[in-house]
Design a protein around this ligand. Structure first.
Ligand code: ADP
Length: 262
């Protein structure tokens, strides 16, 4: 469906000639709709834990007032729900910060080897808690790309965190890095591969959309917000990079980050 805004004006006086301008509004409408959907989804995601907290406050003031065990149990749930809201707000702020500075400051070179090593170090508690061994296959390099260190850290953190959480049953995750020549352009490719349940093919094109999850219950249980991969995609687009996803159900999933070496 195409939507046009039409404006017209006469050419000269009494010539009987007019100019009509057709301006394509479809893209603007689509963006408006996406924004409205996003606000509706975000509000819903925040409302759910809030409603649960409000319900437990009510119970604590009434029936559970004198029951110490029930009180502890409900307070624990309320604490989990506030953490969930905090995670969601952090991710929403990340997205809005990215949108507010659409262009990347040029000039900084980032060593991906050091970034990835930093991410592995910071996620080692999660990995051991999940029973996942992280194996690396990173040659000597160099693996420098132009970009923003903190943003690239977030890309690999989100991907490796997902691999440990969703791929937990595979027991290991591999991280590999290589320099590639794609025509005149040189790029660095980093692949994070897990051996968990994988992602059914029909979901793959959509999982980088905001709030899209293959299974909402699993995502919630894994403390997901549904925003991790959309943040990854956003950051990679700003770096002129891209994400490719390969997966076979039952054999795990491989997420490859491609970044131009500049
Ligand atoms: P979430 O906060 O739910 O983890 P993401 O945007 O990071 O959100 O991921 C979106 C969805 O993609 C997840 O809910 C999960 O269903 C699926 N997913 C992401 N990574 C993996 C993976 N390594 N293996 C299987 N499914 C995955």
């Amino acid at each position: 469906e195409r939507v046009y805004r039409v404006t017209g004006s006469a050419i000269g006086r009494g010539t009987g000639l007019y100019v009509l301008v057709f301006k394509d509004q479809s893209e603007a409408r689509r963006i408006d709709r996406m924004r409205a959907d996003f606000i509706a989804n975000a509000s819903h995601e925040l409302r759910t834990p809030l409603a649960s907290i409000a319900g437990f406050v009510e119970t604590l003031r009434g029936p559970a007032r004198k029951d110490a065990a029930a009180r502890d149990h409900f307070l624990q749930i309320m604490q989990n729900q506030t953490s969930r809201m905090a995670r969601l707000i952090d991710d929403l702020l990340s997205l809005s910060r990215l949108e507010m500075k659409p262009y990347l400051k040029p000039g900084t070179r980032v060593d991906l080897r050091a970034v990835v090593q930093g991410v592995i170090d910071s996620l080692s508690p999660l990995a051991s808690e999940s029973g996942v061994a992280i194996e690396t296959d990173i040659p000597d390099g160099p693996f420098e790309v132009p970009g923003d260190r903190d943003e690239l850290f977030q890309v690999f953190e989100n991907l490796l965190e997902n691999a440990c959480k969703y791929g937990q049953s595979g027991g290991r995750v591999t991280v590999s890095m290589e320099n590639m020549e794609t025509g005149p352009q040189r790029e660095v490719a980093v692949t994070i591969h897990d051996f968990g349940p994988g992602i059914p093919e029909e979901h793959i094109p959509r999982i980088t959309e905001r709030f899209y999850r293959v299974d909402v219950e699993t995502s919630r249980a894994q403390k997901g917000t549904g925003l991790g991969l959309s943040i990854v995609k956003h950051i990679l687009t700003r770096h002129n990079g891209r994400l490719s996803i390969k997966s076979k159900v039952g054999e795990g999933a491989a997420f490859t980050v491609h970044l131009p070496a500049g």
